[in-house]
Design a protein around this ligand. Structure first.
Ligand SMILES: C[S@@+](CC[C@H](N)C(=O)[O-])C[C@H]1O[C@@H](n2cnc3c(N)ncnc32)[C@H](O)[C@@H]1O
Length: 212
């Protein structure tokens, strides 16, 4: 993947307690326009990132994941299809504040994150207070977060965190495909979503503002 123009893989020392060279400069240096910038966190093979990029050519998309082999799938697809509004960032989500400047991001998608059911791992959940704080740092004041999950426990947990922080919920359903929700971007199915649907899980979706 080293030769891929659409994959950015900072070294540890470039993001650990450091500002990555592209922080605040994604529009100018990577996309060459000032279009809104949207992240997918834990993007895996990047199905959502690519689908979003196709549907919204007037926005730019960055899929973030630590696993190179997964990112490779989405990056290859984006290159082959000449999608110029999508790139992938291989890093830990813990480092997003090193990678993006305050207010640089307009929306965040979190798709089928690991539910981390053990209480001792609460702060590893991508919708924990700790992560929400870093999302707030990089999101615009009216920034939006989307969560799609099969996990009842993570969904309930997220509802509680959203309520405790008085965040405004825009949309919320614990059975997306029987909710009559008309937005066709919500019907995109990732690798993990397909696996969970085959196992009979219902898909849950929540869209909320990152600030109260
Ligand atoms: C269950 S998979 C879901 C992948 C994809 N969103 C999907 O729906 O198919 C969770 C993904 O999050 C990534 N991930 C988990 N924790 C991460 C972290 N702290 N930083 C970066 N990536 C992370 C994993 O590498 C994995 O690809």
């Amino acid at each position: 993947m080293a030769s891929y123009s659409n994959v950015i893989a900072p070294k540890f020392e470039e993001v650990f307690r450091a500002d990555f060279r592209l922080k605040g400069r994604w529009a100018a240096e990577i996309f060459g326009n000032g279009n809104p910038l949207v992240l997918e966190l834990g993007c895996g093979k990047g199905e959502y990132t690519v689908a979003l990029a196709r549907k919204y050519p007037e926005k730019n998309f960055i899929g973030v994941d630590i696993k190179g082999a997964r990112i490779w799938v989405g990056a290859t697809h984006a290159l082959q299809n000449k999608l110029s509004n999508v790139v992938f960032l291989r890093t830990r989500i813990e480092f997003i504040c090193s990678c993006f400047a305050s207010g640089e991001i307009s929306e965040i998608w979190i798709t089928f994150p690991d539910p981390q059911p053990q209480q001792s791992r609460e702060n590893k959940r991508l919708t924990s207070e700790r992560f929400l704080q870093s999302y707030r740092q990089i999101l615009q004041p009216d920034g939006i977060i989307h969560l799609k999950t099969d996990s009842e426990s993570l969904f309930e947990y997220t509802r509680k965190v959203v309520k405790a922080n008085a965040l405004q919920v825009i949309s919320c359903t614990d059975d997306l495909y029987n909710s009559g929700c008309a937005d066709d971007i919500l019907s995109v199915q990732t690798h993990y979503e397909k696996m969970f649907i085959e196992k009979g899980f219902t898909i849950k979706y929540m869209k909320f503002f990152s600030t109260g």
